[in-house]
Design a protein around this ligand. Structure first.
Ligand SMILES: Nc1ncnc2c1ncn2[C@@H]1O[C@H](COP(=O)(O)OP(=O)(O)OP(=O)(O)O)[C@@H](O)[C@H]1O
Length: 468
């Protein structure tokens, strides 16, 4: 093993020579020496939005809800059906129109408390996709007195785009509540001085809401019955939003029911939450851990860039069921690969950090609608976004840290499955030299699972795997 380093270096040099010689490599970025686009920072709010766009349904979890109450003697109700909540008929109709048959785990516990009289304050934390938005939308609509034409419920969201997403849920669940109106307090919405808002539901970003409430004085916060602070973890991550939220909070009446939702559980989120929400019920639903247990993992030996590309093209042709996502280390490699596959007549989507938010949404929406069966991307955008329908993950480049060692956490995020998927997945890793082989070994050791070699020239074998 003493000569391993030397041998590896020699092979690297040989590989470099081979790479120079292959024609397809004109623009291909070999990863290690290039700045990965990981240095770019995609705001959390953008990621949250992408996650919502790509989501196809509820995330189910096997974990149990954890509840903390200020008064441990006060009963905690939980329901197994929407009927048991005694919702107003028009709201129940809206819930059914959404296709919801039964409350999600977080809704089972949150809704009875949110709808109780006298109103209770709540801090609820559960991962994205577990039904938090629907829970507070049902609570907001339930508290509105439709015949009274003034703002009664206020929901703060970190960005315009996220606010619009909430508005869509309010409109859908509230579609039969024809007397309830919504007003967005977000960038681009204007009101003239002297106007008084009459809509009962206000959904906005902290800056605009504060402006409307204090400078323009068109938004009267003094009669608010419900205050929802959504995506609290993103609020505190974004400069200024936390302070603005606290200032708005101070303008609300003491009687206002306060609720705060967050997808993460960090200490700073909790501190913010507890300073905003007095005497709360705190409910937490632990994140379902990702695991490689149900994933079949393989690697393909690709001694040259040409063979690496050939393997990808082969895999592309054999994906007959489901969709695939291909991870590259840099944006440059991802773009190059997408271009080359497209030129060769394959249809692929490309998602990289350089795209504008709208463009990223468009790419993900096309993928969700299965307009393309393959999505090529980098860590930057795809990390932390669960793309449920993906059955095959290809690591065109294995994830490495700054020192070139295996980044096992990222590997797990890319290929790992949580409880919701049920079915098993398939991961194929491209190994293009001794360095990559070493990284693969580190990954094997870390997870204690062997990654078998796959022969992509044996098309039938690949086909069989993707069909299983
Ligand atoms: N009771 C339910 N039954 C079936 N589907 C549901 C139910 N509640 C919510 N959903 C659906 O599940 C998906 C996730 O729900 P929702 O957006 O409320 O989750 P969330 O926890 O608010 O996620 P995020 O943190 O990303 O905002 C949505 O498509 C939603 O329509």
């Amino acid at each position: 093993m003493a000569d391993w380093g030397e041998a590896a270096e020699l092979q690297e040099k040989e590989l470099a020579q081979q790479v120079k010689n292959v024609t397809i490599n004109s623009n291909n970025a070999s990863q290690q020496n290039e700045d990965p686009e990981e240095t770019e920072n995609i705001p959390l709010a953008d990621k949250a939005l992408l996650q919502k766009v790509i989501r196809t349904g509820l995330v189910s979890t096997k974990n149990d809800i954890e509840v903390q109450r200020k008064d441990p003697n006060s009963p905690l109700y939980s329901v197994k059906s929407f009927e048991a909540l005694h919702l107003k008929p028009n709201i129940l109709k809206g819930v059914y129109a959404m296709g919801y048959n039964a409350p999600s785990k977080i809704q089972e516990t949150a809704l009875p408390t949110l709808l109780a009289d006298p109103p209770q304050n709540m801090i609820a934390q559960s991962q994205s996709g577990t039904g938090k938005t629907a829970a507070f939308v049902i609570a907001m609509l339930s508290r509105v007195e439709p015949s009274e034409k003034f703002p009664q419920v206020l929901c703060l969201s970190p960005t315009l785009e996220l606010a619009l997403q909430i508005g869509q849920v309010v409109k859908k669940i509230g579609q039969f509540c024809t007397d309830i109106d919504i007003r967005y307090a977000v960038r681009g919405e204007e009101v003239s001085r002297g106007t008084k808002l009459t809509e009962q539901v206000i959904i906005g970003t902290p800056g605009k809401v504060f402006d409307w409430a204090t400078k323009l004085r068109c938004l009267d916060l003094s009669k608010m019955k419900v205050f929802v602070l959504d995506e609290a973890d993103i609020m505190i991550d974004t400069q200024g939003l936390q302070d603005q939220s606290i200032r708005i909070h101070k303008l609300l009446p003491k009687t206002c029911q306060m609720m705060l939702f967050s997808a993460t559980y960090e200490k700073d989120v909790m501190q913010f939450a507890e300073c905003i929400i007095p005497n709360p019920y705190i409910i937490k639903l632990k994140r379902e851990e990702e695991s490689v247990e149900s994933i079949k993992q393989y690697y393909v030996d690709c001694p040259s860039q040409e063979s690496k590309y050939r393997a990808i093209a082969m895999i592309y042709s054999s994906v007959s069921v489901g969709q695939a996502i291909i991870f590259c280390h840099t944006r440059k490699t991802a773009s190059w690969l997408a271009e080359k596959l497209t030129r060769d007549g394959h249809s692929v989507g490309l998602l990289t950090g350089e795209l504008e938010v709208d463009q990223r949404i468009a790419v993900l929406e096309r993928f969700r609608k299965e307009k393309e069966k393959v999505l090529i991307t980098t860590n930057v955008v795809a990390r932390g976004i669960d793309i449920e329908q993906v059955t095959l993950v290809v690591n065109y480049d294995l994830p490495v840290d700054m020192e070139g060692n295996a980044d096992c956490e990222t590997y797990l995020h890319r290929i790992g499955r949580t409880g919701r998927f049920g079915k098993s997945g398939l991961a194929i890793n491209m190994v293009d030299g001794p360095r990559a082989l070493n990284v693969l070994k580190q990954i094997e050791n870390h997870f204690g699972r062997k990654i078998s070699k796959l022969d992509t020239d044996n098309l039938e074998e690949v086909e069989r795997l993707t069909e299983e």
